[in-house]
Design a protein around this ligand. Structure first.
Ligand SMILES: [Zn+2]
Ligand SMILES: [Zn+2]
Ligand SMILES: [Zn+2]
Length: 374
């Protein structure tokens, strides 16, 4: 296709259509330690909470595994709801328990206003889960994996969405994502929390951990088996398959099918909203908001496709058949490209022109701007 056949521009530059919520922090939990099954206890000091923070967090995890593993496969909507709610609560409590080991003031929303008396009474504004995570990383110098922050943020967003709008995610996606957070927490407890506990408490926690590891293996096996059952279909589509932003499995097939990009694992589908599929993928899976050059406008994660014209081309997509490399993939028509070059008009769109092809390196829009002007 030469530049004169460039389709109409579709993208609104630098503004992905359905970017996930901004990274605004969630409102911090009002109490330092959410008590399981607690009814609304507004502003009054914590009533007789008999759990220490760590055992409270472990108790939430026991509940998560119960809801994930006891009952139907995949778990019922109700079980999934409590999986998400209690997993978020466990994450918050356990991160803060480690933060207290560093210094109690760090779990206050504003550490400069921390008072030990307020901590004992439990009547203080505590920091949010992501704040706790950041303070652990930056102040306590706890080492986390690259994707841990993203996973914890997504879990919090998901919990909030669940409380406001009900269950919107499907069972397979929740299960698959819960496995990754559980894995993160079990590693965190073992490496960073247990070493700071009193010997008796450490022993009790370590004993529970063995049962968690066993149960996690069980859930992981279910996820793996499901992926294996899809192997035949996924192998055939490997060139246009990417990691799904919903379930994190390599199962999102963007082959231009009528149903739109579709995840074979969790059944998420974007129907006619292919631009959103591309934007979600770029933001959530590739994390492109973290690439500084994008903020300055040189790296546009989703742009107009030279083939179909829709703003659904992810130039840095990573496909299942070439995981070590990037492959420009259009989430609308399912085309991949080898010879993309940037439009020299500086508009941010790309052209599909082979190196030996004699063509003007301008898109139709920039071409017309130039002709109109002269
Ligand atoms: Zn999926
Ligand atoms: Zn396309
Ligand atoms: Zn242009």
């Amino acid at each position: 296709m030469s530049d004169s056949e460039q389709p109409e521009q579709d993208c609104e530059r630098l503004a992905p259509t359905t970017a996930p919520e901004s990274s605004a922090e969630q409102t911090p939990a009002p109490a330092s330690v959410p008590a399981q099954g607690a009814k609304k206890e507004p502003r009054s000091p914590r009533p007789d909470v008999s759990y220490t923070p760590v055992s409270n967090g472990m108790d939430y995890l026991v509940s998560v595994f119960q809801h994930l593993t006891e009952g139907a496969t995949p778990p019922s909507a109700r079980n999934l709801k409590y999986t998400v709610l209690h997993l978020q609560a466990a994450t918050e409590v356990l991160l803060k328990a480690r933060l207290v080991q560093e210094h109690f003031s760090l779990i206050f929303a504003n550490p400069t206003e921390a008072k030990h008396a307020s901590l004992e009474k439990g009547n203080f504004q505590s920091c949010g889960t992501l704040d706790a995570f950041d303070r652990l990383a930056n102040i306590a110098r706890v080492e986390f994996d690259k994707d841990d922050r993203k996973r914890i943020k997504e879990l919090g967003d998901h919990r909030n969405a669940l409380q406001h709008y009900g269950l919107t995610h499907n069972a397979y996606a929740i299960e698959s994502r819960a496995v990754k957070v559980l894995d993160l927490l079990i590693t965190f407890i073992h490496r960073h929390l247990i070493p700071g506990l009193a010997p008796a408490e450490a022993q009790g926690v370590e004993a529970t951990m063995d049962s968690f590891r066993l149960q996690l293996k069980g859930v992981e096996t279910l996820v793996k088996e499901r992926m294996n059952n899809l192997r035949g279909d996924l192998d055939k589509a490997a060139a246009v398959t990417v990691k799904c932003p919903d379930c994190e499995q390599w199962a999102l097939v963007a082959d231009g099918r009528d149903a739109g990009p579709t995840c074979l694992f969790c059944h998420q589908t974007w129907g006619d909203d292919r631009r959103s599929a591309a934007a979600n993928y770029a933001w959530i899976v590739l994390g492109l908001e973290d690439i500084p050059s994008f903020a300055h406008g040189d790296e546009v994660p989703v742009t107009d496709c030279p083939e179909c014209g829709q703003c659904a081309l992810v130039t840095l997509a990573v496909t299942a058949d070439r995981k070590a490399d990037t492959t420009p993939l259009c989430f609308a028509c399912g085309e991949t490209f080898n010879d993309l070059i940037d439009c020299e008009g500086g508009c941010g769109s790309v052209l599909n022109i082979a190196p030996d092809e004699d063509a003007i390196h301008l898109c139709s829009h920039c071409l017309s701007v130039r002709y109109d002007r002269f």
